[in-house]
Ligand binder design. Structure first.
Ligand SMILES: [Zn+2]
Length: 224
């Protein structure tokens, strides 16, 4: 699935491509063939071994697929780089500053969101690259939405209460609105929400809550 407003010279898409949480050289190469054919971008894929933490890794151009040991966000200001984030209900947050050729991709589940992983990524972007919020666009990918994200009180209290719905028996957290608020408060005015819930009936995307541990993973890929 390709969201709207992807600038020319960049790639962004969400795929249910059959991965069980681990990629390999061949799968990464196939995906980069698609990026070349569909978007005209030549890139090598970088992914992370995700741990629901807040480590942000800066990626440099490489020849072949690589995966960091433990991080949950990737950024780069180099060309020929693709950044892949694995999700199956958690929110993929992607940023492109096309004026300064900077891209970032974030794995933001509720733990990452509560620990401010999106704000921490913007901090690093502003510290280490030419990134400017005013020229950036952010995309909020397919993820579990407030319709389906029932949580316990111990999770609900970690968010500002305006992002917690209490109309049902248990609280429901709106991670998407929370994240959009973080992006806007940091000066990113263009936020594109795909509006897709992974858990909802009829979703084509993998969902951890629906499918359990044996389910697949979705991949959010941005490239320049
Ligand atoms: Zn839903």
């Amino acid at each position: 699935m390709i969201p709207r407003d992807v600038p020319k010279g960049f790639a962004l898409f969400y795929t249910t491509f059959d991965i069980d949480g681990r990629l390999n050289e061949e799968k990464a190469r196939k995906m980069m063939d698609f990026v070349r054919e569909r978007f005209g971008v030549e890139a090598a894929l970088h992914t992370c071994t995700q741990v629901h933490g807040v480590t942000v890794t800066r990626v440099q151009t490489a020849q072949s697929w690589s995966e960091c040991d433990s991080c949950d966000a990737l950024l780069s200001d180099e060309r020929n780089v693709a950044l892949g984030i694995k999700v199956a209900d958690c929110l993929p947050v992607t940023m492109i500053d096309s004026a300064h050729s900077v891209v970032a991709n974030i794995h933001s589940g509720w733990r990452g969101a509560a620990s401010q992983i999106t704000a921490l990524t913007i901090d690093k972007l502003e510290r280490e690259t030419a990134f400017e919020a005013a020229s950036a666009t952010a995309w909020l990918g397919p993820s579990i939405r407030s319709c389906c994200f029932e949580v316990g009180e111990e999770v609900a209290i970690q968010f500002p209460q305006k992002f917690v719905e209490r109309t049902k028996a248990k609280p429901h957290v709106d991670l998407v609105s929370f994240t959009a608020h973080v992006l806007e408060s940091r000066g990113i005015q263009r936020v594109v929400d795909t509006g897709l819930c992974t858990r909802c009936e009829g979703s084509i995307f993998h969902s951890y809550r629906r499918d359990g541990k044996t389910g697949g993973r979705n991949l959010a890929v941005v490239a320049q």
